[in-house]
Design a protein around this ligand. Structure first.
Ligand SMILES: [Zn+2]
Length: 242
């Protein structure tokens, strides 16, 4: 949205594009943090099931933290890049069409406004005025519902999701490394479940969903992940493999 004047919208109706965009970023951040908490906690609790060696737990935990952050960044980079590639291709196509046949494009824009319910005269006036101001922006918005300024930056997206992952991942890592060996698994599980309850509730609020049920799903899912890897670690440890 490039308009200088604020749109007279209601605060709980995120149709101003940028607000919806910000909510999406926040939601992506919460999901990334969630991922960091669960995946690193599952690794360190699993290793702690097999061994009491603090260096072994620290090595596995740090490797999971670094590997997970890179994997998140890479996945986000690839997905946002392909999205922006296709948006850019559409923008270029529209730019070329406008240069090649401005009259047909004006007619197209007029037809689009007529389809929105405007009368022939009004549609023609709207299309003419918008074309005069910024023909490309008018076509992108009416035909493709995109704004050139809103095309996401894949590097930005990659960095944000890596940071979100790290912010979550650091919690189980610190919990397990700072707690005495005897208490490290129960304390880590407790920290993880509390953190998941917080991210679950926040995520549900941002998505305007039912907070209670969403939180429960996230906490139960995390508890299952920890139980599974702790069981595997314990079995491997008992079998003498780890
Ligand atoms: Zn067009």
């Amino acid at each position: 949205m490039t308009d200088a004047s604020p749109l007279p919208t209601h605060p709980d109706e995120p149709h101003a594009g940028s607000l919806a965009g910000r909510l999406n970023w926040l939601r992506a951040g919460v999901l990334g943090a969630n991922d960091g908490i669960v995946s690193v906690a599952a690794v360190v609790v699993g290793v702690a099931g097999a061994t009491t060696s603090t260096p072994a737990i620290a090595t596995a935990g740090i490797a999971a933290l670094v590997g997970g952050a890179i994997s998140m960044a890479l996945g986000e980079y690839v997905s946002v890049s392909s999205q922006t590639d296709s948006q850019r291709a559409l923008i270029e196509k529209e730019r070329a069409e406008l240069a090649a046949d401005p009259e047909a494009e004006l007619e197209e824009l007029t037809a689009l406004w007529r389809a929105q319910g405007l009368s022939d005269d009004t549609a023609a006036r709207v299309a003419a005025e918008l074309t005069e101001r910024d023909a490309l922006a008018a076509h992108l918005s009416a035909e493709l519902h995109i704004d050139e300024a809103d095309v996401a930056n894949p590097w930005h997206a990659a960095l944000s999701s890596a940071i979100a992952f790290l912010a979550g991942a650091i919690l189980p890592l610190l919990a397990i490394l700072l707690t005495p060996a005897r208490l490290r698994v129960p304390v880590t599980v407790l920290v993880v479940l509390l953190a998941l309850a917080a991210t679950g509730a926040l995520g549900a609020r941002l998505g305007q969903g039912a907070v209670g049920r969403a939180t429960l799903r996230v906490v139960v899912g995390g508890a299952l992940a920890l139980a599974a890897t702790y069981l595997v670690g314990t079995l491997l440890g008992t079998a003498g493999i780890a």
